[in-house]
Design a protein around this ligand. Structure first.
Ligand code: SAM
Length: 294
């Protein structure tokens, strides 16, 4: 290439500005995404927050350099943490999301006609504000009249609200920093007390590949508190290993007993009545992790 042409200069300029975000997903594994633009960066009282526009996944929220959500793959996670429990409950009216400051879970919850109130309890108001400004595709339902935003610690919120909710979703980051308590047996007991007599709880419970000690512990704690405990899976490409787990604790309803033919149509891209059933079908290595027969 002739070094004097403008395309040569444009190419050199692009190379010089070649910007990548890298998350250390495990001690021995990293994921890197090419960044088109840094949309926002700040240090909140709780964590370092960034919104980066990436080539592969579009705008992406990170907290303490860990990917939380991206515009192109968020639908899997948000549909699966919400519609599986909501379609397991007979008539969910009042629901709580703990964490989930991006608003994706709330956007999915209000698709259900039975919902009268969705309380969104996020500890860090800066996550909500940044998501409103830079991730409108995800945060678009935060102003719905059925949504109440509470900027507070979800652990305290459930302690102060007994016998209140039909469904509680714990949309937490990884178990580090302010989120450690969101993975404890004490917290699950408080959630049990915050649910009505037929309430359901679900939490994101990390990767079956890389959290091989955490998952059996969580499932055991939840199983010691709730009569029905089920783990289910979905694929989220930007989370470590891609394969992601959710664990449901239910006082009465069993997601496997749901008549999937009766699930009302929803505007979704990953969740479907068939997925409601098949997401509970576990590969032998996950069954083994849970100590269940293969
Ligand atoms: N889907 C994401 C994932 O699995 O990586 C989680 C995203 S969401 C942005 C997690 C949110 O939980 C963060 O905004 C964080 O501030 C919030 N959070 C952490 N600890 C919390 C607590 N104790 N109470 C309420 N929210 C909390």
């Amino acid at each position: 290439m002739d070094p004097k042409t403008s395309s040569w200069f444009a190419e050199q300029h692009k190379k010089a500005l070649d910007l990548w975000f890298t998350e250390q997903q495990t001690k021995n594994m990293k994921i890197s995404l090419r960044v088109k633009q840094i949309l926002h960066r700040e240090m909140t009282p709780f964590q370092s927050l960034a919104v980066l526009d990436t080539e592969q996944f579009g705008p992406m929220l990170t907290l303490d350099n860990i990917i939380q959500t991206t515009v192109r793959d968020e639908f899997v996670y948000h549909e699966m943490i919400t519609h599986v429990p909501l379609n397991t409950h007979a008539a969910p009216k009042k629901v709580l999301v703990i964490g989930g400051g991006d608003g994706g879970a709330v956007r999915e919850i209000i698709k259900h006609q039975s919902i009268e109130k969705a309380v969104h309890c996020e500890i860090d108001g800066a996550v909500i504000e940044a998501s409103r400004r830079f991730l409108p595709e995800i945060s678009c339902a935060l102003d719905d009249p059925r949504v109440e935003i509470v900027v507070a610690d979800g652990i305290k919120h459930v302690q102060e609200n007994k016998d209140t909710y039909d469904v509680i979703m714990v949309d937490s980051p990884d178990p580090i920093g302010p989120a450690v308590g969101l993975f404890s047996a004490e917290f699950y007991k408080d959630i049990f007390a915050s649910l009505k007599e037929d309430g359901i709880f679900v939490a994101q419970t990390e990767s079956p590949f890389f959290n091989r000690e955490l998952i059996p512990d969580l499932v055991q704690s939840i199983g010691g508190i709730f009569p029905v405990t089920r783990l289910y899976l979905a694929v989220v490409p930007t989370y470590p290993g891609g394969l992601w787990s959710f664990t449901m604790g239910s006082k009465k309803y069993d997601p496997l007993q749901v008549d999937i033919a009766g699930i009302p149509p929803l505007d979704t891209r990953y969740y479907s009545p068939e997925i409601h059933r098949t997401c509970f079908v576990l590969p032998p290595f996950v069954k083994e992790l849970l100590g269940s027969p293969k």
